[in-house]
Write a protein that binds this ligand. Structure first.
Ligand code: UD1
Ligand code: CA
Length: 480
């Protein structure tokens, strides 16, 4: 049985990306759930490869740290000075002297590329028995990109950089995407022959094509089905265009999978998030990180979910949720802020202007209005009155509050942790609770109310209040 030839991916990620004008290296700029480089690494992971080498240079420590976190199998290779794409690949191959088979070169700043497109490139490369194959694209505005120069027979002759191109060559609209497949041995040999005799004084990887073609080696071209996939980005305006393209592609995918997006133009779903058929997303929503939305759930309008799961039938209206678990048929919002560790069981409710953190709400438990619920466990069917504050922080440490099943906490109470309200217990409105309230008891900490008769007439004569009180006395004369 013959073994399939080995495949190595080389990702070029050493450049600075000056035009981003950012302290963050270009390849680590975020784009809908992954960094630019993260997207490229996902492609590398999706096509079966034996190894992935990533050429790092600018802020190599930062890019290396990112790699060890998200792609520990990838091997960083340091290109201390960035002397061009040919130099970068040469350094990568020098770091892997035993490497044979096919080398796929990807660019760390081309995040829209799909694995299917790389597979098509590889299929063309293998079918042609090519020494080198380039992924090209037809574009309206080729700008500063390298041009594909074909001979009279339509075969690839060379790739010319815009800065080195003649006026005639600049008119070519077929561009080099910077994505290639090579035979490892022939690539290694050709890289040894690169010169820096060009407009940028760099070793151009693109020159490998003219070298191999000149040797009579077969070189091939795969034209990308969708040109936009090959778009790189050099500044933030271009990055924002890529973001829109990515958004539309992600949204189209979910809509085709049965998700109802009411306003896809204002719906931003990270590539790492998941939704089920018949989930509904209303306008102005961001669904980020590892978030998931189950069937029948309704998100938005105006909601942000970060690493938050929403179970079937739940509604999340005008809410900001991070690291929360929202149970089946639960209702959240409007204007709710769920922070990490929030867990809502079935039919639990978090209403308007409520903030929660490390808070577990049991089945059917309700915090309907204007509350802070920190470090708390609230039993099933318990009701937390408007304006209740769970005072979890004494200035030094945080403590927990437990509210039992079907307990009732009156409005405007402060539960000063650590404290426990027993099952079925009541807390009178306006109480500041420092002691446990046993099951079935009423906890009340208010002072007794006393009414001072005639106080307004005596102390505030002639005011509108005094007049109103006077009128009230005439209409409903006091009984004795
Ligand atoms: C390159 C191609 C050009 C193509 C374009 C597509 C060359 C000479 N030109 O041009 O034909 O149309 O990509 O985007 O290859 N990098 C390194 N080390 C270096 C230089 C670059 O790792 O020394 C990395 C960059 O970080 C980037 C990629 O290689 O990820 C491409 O480099 P870039 O400078 O953007 O190449 P272009 O000049 O745009
Ligand atoms: Ca580029």
């Amino acid at each position: 049985m013959s073994q399939a030839p080995s495949r190595t991916v080389v990702v070029l990620a050493a450049g600075e990306g000056k035009r981003m004008k950012s302290a963050t290296p270009k390849v680590l700029q975020p784009l809908l759930g992954r960094t630019l480089l993260g997207h490229v690494l996902a492609v590398s992971a999706a096509i079966k490869t034996d190894r992935t080498l990533v050429v790092v240079g600018h802020k190599a420590d930062q890019v290396g740290a990112f790699l060890s976190e998200v792609a520990p199998d990838a091997t960083p290779v340091l290109q201390a000075e960035q002397n061009g794409t040919g130099h970068a690949v040469r350094i990568a191959l020098d770091a892997a002297p035993e490497l044979t088979g096919t080398v796929v070169v990807l660019s760390g700043d081309v995040p829209l590329l799909r694995p299917e497109t790389v597979e098509a490139l590889l299929a063309t490369h293998e079918r042609a028995g090519a020494a080198a194959t380039v992924l090209s694209a037809e574009v309206a505005e080729p700008g500063g990109l390298g041009r594909i120069v074909r001979d009279a027979g339509g075969n690839l002759e060379r790739i010319v950089e815009a800065k080195d191109a003649s006026a005639e060559q600049l008119a070519i609209r077929e561009i080099n995407s910077g994505i290639y497949a090579f035979d490892a041995a022939l690539l290694r040999e050709a890289l040894g022959k690169l010169s820096t005799d060009n407009a940028q004084g760099e070793e151009y990887l693109t020159d490998v094509f003219a070298i191999l073609a000149g040797q009579g080696q077969p070189v091939a071209i795969e034209i990308a089905e969708f040109a936009y996939e090959t778009l790189g980005c050099n500044d933030r305006a271009e990055l924002s265009r890529l973001r829109v393209l990515m958004r539309d592609r992600v949204n189209d995918g979910w809509m085709r999978a049965g998700v109802l997006l009411l306003d896809p133009a204002t719906t931003w779903i990270d590539v790492t998030a998941t939704l089920e058929p018949d989930a509904v997303v209303d306008q102005n929503c961001q669904i980020s990180g590892t978030s998931s939305v189950a069937t029948g759930a309704v998100i938005g309008p105006d909601s942000t979910l970060v690493d938050t799961s929403v179970a079937e039938g739940a509604t999340v209206l005008r809410t900001h949720a991070i690291g929360a678990v929202i149970g089946p048929d639960a209702t959240v919002g409007p204007f709710s802020y769920l922070r990490p560790g929030t867990t809502l069981a079935r039919k639990a409710k978090v209403g308007g202007f409520v903030e929660t953190k490390n808070a577990e709400l049991g089945e059917g438990a309700k915090v309907p209005h204007l509350s802070y619920v920190g470090d708390a466990q609230i039993g099933a069917k318990a009701n937390i009155g408007a304006g209740t504050i769970f005072a979890n922080y004494d200035g030094v440490k945080k403590s927990r509050t437990v509210v039992g099943e079907a307990a009732f906490v009156g409005s405007d109470s402060v539960l000063i942790a650590p404290v426990e309200i027993g099952p079925g217990a009541y807390v009178a409105a306006g109480s500041a609770v420092v002691k446990d309230v046993p099951a079935g008891n009423l906890g009340v900490t208010r002072a007794q109310q006393r009414n001072v008769e005639g106080w307004v007439a005596l102390k505030r004569p002639g005011t509108v209040s005094a007049e109103a009180a006077d009128r009230a006395r005439i209409i409903t004369p006091e009984q004795d």
